[in-house]
Design a protein around this ligand. Sequence first.
Ligand SMILES: *[C@@H]1O[C@H](CO)[C@@H](O)[C@H](O)[C@H]1NC(C)=O
Ligand SMILES: *[C@@H]1O[C@H](CO)[C@@H](O)[C@H](O)[C@H]1NC(C)=O
Ligand SMILES: *[C@@H]1O[C@H](CO)[C@@H](O)[C@H](O)[C@H]1NC(C)=O
Ligand SMILES: *[C@@H]1O[C@H](CO)[C@@H](O)[C@H](O)[C@H]1NC(C)=O
Ligand SMILES: *[C@@H]1O[C@H](CO)[C@@H](O)[C@H](O)[C@H]1NC(C)=O
Ligand SMILES: *[C@@H]1O[C@H](CO)[C@@H](O)[C@H](O)[C@H]1NC(C)=O
Length: 350
Amino acid sequence: MISLILLALGLCASATSIPRQASPCTFSMSAVGEPNGTIVEDTIGENRIGGGYPQGVYYMNNHSLFDSLNHNCLIWPSTLQFQCTQGAAGFTNFTLVDDGNLMHDASEKWFACPAAGPGDDGSYNIFSDALQDTTGCEKVTLRTGGFSCSAEGRPPTSSSASPTASPTAAPTSSATQSCPTDISGGVYQFPHLIVPTSSQAPTTSFGDSYIAYISSTNTTIFNFDIPAGYPYNESCALLFLFPFGSNLDPSAGQYYFSGIEEEEGENGGLNFALLQTYATSSTTYATIPPVAADYGKTEIFPGNNYTIATFQCPQASKVGFSVSSVGNVELDYFQDSAPSPIGLYIVPCQ
Ligand SMILES: *[C@@H]1O[C@H](CO)[C@@H](O)[C@H](O)[C@H]1NC(C)=O
Ligand SMILES: *[C@@H]1O[C@H](CO)[C@@H](O)[C@H](O)[C@H]1NC(C)=O
Ligand SMILES: *[C@@H]1O[C@H](CO)[C@@H](O)[C@H](O)[C@H]1NC(C)=O
Ligand SMILES: *[C@@H]1O[C@H](CO)[C@@H](O)[C@H](O)[C@H]1NC(C)=O
Ligand SMILES: *[C@@H]1O[C@H](CO)[C@@H](O)[C@H](O)[C@H]1NC(C)=O
Ligand SMILES: *[C@@H]1O[C@H](CO)[C@@H](O)[C@H](O)[C@H]1NC(C)=O
């Protein structure tokens, strides 16, 4: 247990200062405003809002932004357009802000202007807010999400950008929708805030943690920020991925699992619930928000993935879930998405 904590904390500390060259932490983006929607990238490296091109995947290194082809993303000095192009020289200072937005040169504002010409598919090109002729353009912000690793890319906890919502978690009735049962499709949300609590110390706040503690005395709260627009505009599924310990990436350390005796002997498992609101880093056991929808107990066994619930995606919202122990089951783990993911995720159904 202690070695798990030390290992995980050590890795957290190093993850923030030493970028992993081999597997950079990738993320996707969506525009918030009018227009809103997924950021895609066309064949000449224009980042666009909406339209038919594939979703853009990006990573950052020392305030430089790159796309999945390792092309350098810049605000083009002559046009002020946001593009990622091979061999592009120059530097635009990109920063991931606490609220989850992508900032360029100390500004979180961008202009979205209708893409003109033959490539016009109803999408918008993206420009710096220093653009002068903004005819037909609208101000937007760019929200990051879908990080492929929690330790490096997770925005801090002071997010205030998402509107509060009380999602309706009614089970979906649509039989035509299929929900991914894991995150191998690459489109998913991981928790942006993990807060353990203890019934033994009900007024103690343990704060933001990379490790989830679930035991007879520890309940952990997970916050998610669900983006606006496609593909989060229909149903979502809450997944719990539980690989074999031997398959975990070393960056995740090892989990502690009390074993299946508790589950079989004491009819135990993990209880998952949607909360009426989300946690903050100062949430304590005594201030866990009330339950909005109790998904009941799931018996978990290593080497399996579980679909806990499906519900209408709480678009453009921050939502909180609690995970507690039933029958003395204990699981303490380092939430990690790559390459052998473990923990709680939300995926959009198609
Ligand atoms: C996104 O755009 C649609 C259509 O223009 C609009 O109805 C909706 O309110 C927008 N959502 C957000 C979160 O801005
Ligand atoms: C980060 O970029 C700045 C400015 O381009 C440069 O001076 C600095 O050496 C870089 N740091 C690392 C660790 O690469
Ligand atoms: C980039 O911008 C951030 C935030 O505004 C600032 O802290 C940092 O020093 C800047 N880095 C460079 C290399 O300009
Ligand atoms: C669980 O999900 C992971 C990641 O999405 C996937 O690689 C793995 O094959 C899944 N395991 C099972 C048993 O389906
Ligand atoms: C888990 O609960 C125990 C009390 O039973 C407490 O001492 C410990 O600090 C809790 N851990 C966390 C991370 O909340
Ligand atoms: C979700 O967005 C997709 C793509 O824009 C659209 O085809 C679909 O009709 C939308 N679904 C709902 C329920 O609005």
